[in-house]
Design a protein around this ligand. Structure first.
Ligand code: NAP
Length: 249
């Protein structure tokens, strides 16, 4: 039986890379997408291939519609129509209060964090839906616990983009439930990745970890395991749900 094609956006580093490694172990044909760090993407692909898995990496800015369309077409040609999508791309801007935020920043943030997820979900639904002759599939949106906490004083815009993502998960899950597609979400918090540096505080987790009931940050593969469960047949009767991966926060 041929391997199921999976697309992981932002799969070259952090949670996306951990998801790519685990997906390959679980027998998916892995396509990772990245923005510009070709070296990091190549490392993920090489590591998967060395272990006997199938992987490719395609550069595309998923906040740009034409690049999303081209990305899915590339995947069609390489592994066939996508059967699993992880909407993982997300960016943080510098920590600041709302009254300092420019329109330019807000547009960039929402374009990268939520418009991208809509565009990728759209292309996935066209290929997965039984309504269009597809074989069904599963989508996992990587949200954040920020959707619940609102991230005051740090990045309310980021939190709001994740709130929008949670509405996307709820709405789309019901819209396509009869068409063989499940749509679920993970909501991590305080995971050791590079994203905190782009918020202006690389050691943020060390500062905040005492607020976590488990008194530690999380590792990317702890999020990846929840993502792979939601994608799997083990979760066959679950759609529109959220798994918080937050150490109890
Ligand atoms: P990360 O380490 O900063 O990695 C970001 C990934 O996204 C990289 O592969 C990057 O590619 C790619 N990327 C960024 N913008 C892109 C674009 N426009 N098009 C295509 N690829 C793009 O991030 P992370 O911490 O693993 O976060 C992954 C997801 O988890 C995000 O949605 C984030 O909001 C969410 N999350 C993270 C945490 C946490 O504590 N880390 C907590 C809650 C939620 P390049 O390598 O080419 O730059």
């Amino acid at each position: 039986m041929s391997k199921k094609p999976i697309l992981i956006t932002g799969g070259s580093r952090g949670i996306g890379a951990a998801t790519a490694y685990l997906a390959a172990e679980k027998g998916y044909a892995v396509c990772i997408n990245y923005l510009k760090n070709q070296k990091a993407a190549a490392k993920v692909v090489d590591t998967i291939r060395q272990k006997g898995g199938e992987a490719v990496a395609y550069a595309a800015d998923v906040s740009v519609e034409s690049e999303v369309v081209a990305l899915f077409q590339q995947l069609d040609r390489t592994f066939g129509p996508v059967q699993a999508l992880v909407n993982n791309v997300g960016i943080l801007e510098r920590q600041m209060r709302l009254e300092e935020m420019s329109a330019e920043r807000l547009n960039r943030l929402f374009q990268n964090n939520i418009v991208s997820a809509f565009l990728c979900a759209r292309e996935a639904v066209k290929r997965m839906s039984t309504k269009y002759g597809g074989r069904g599939g599963a989508i996992v949106n990587v949200s954040s616990i920020a959707a619940r906490t609102g991230s005051p004083g740090e990045y309310v815009d980021y939190a709001a983009s994740k709130g929008a993502m949670d509405s996307l998960t709820l709405g789309l899950s019901k819209e396509v439930a009869e068409e063989g597609i499940r749509v679920n979400s993970v909501r991590p918090a305080f995971i050791y990745t590079d994203i905190h540096a782009s918020g202006g505080e690389p050691d943020r987790i060390e500062r905040v970890k005492d607020s976590v009931p488990m008194k530690r940050g999380g590792q990317p593969d702890e999020v990846a395991r929840a993502i792979l469960w939601l994608l799997s047949d083990e979760a066959s009767y679950s759609t529109g749900i959220f798994i918080d991966v937050t150490g109890g926060r």
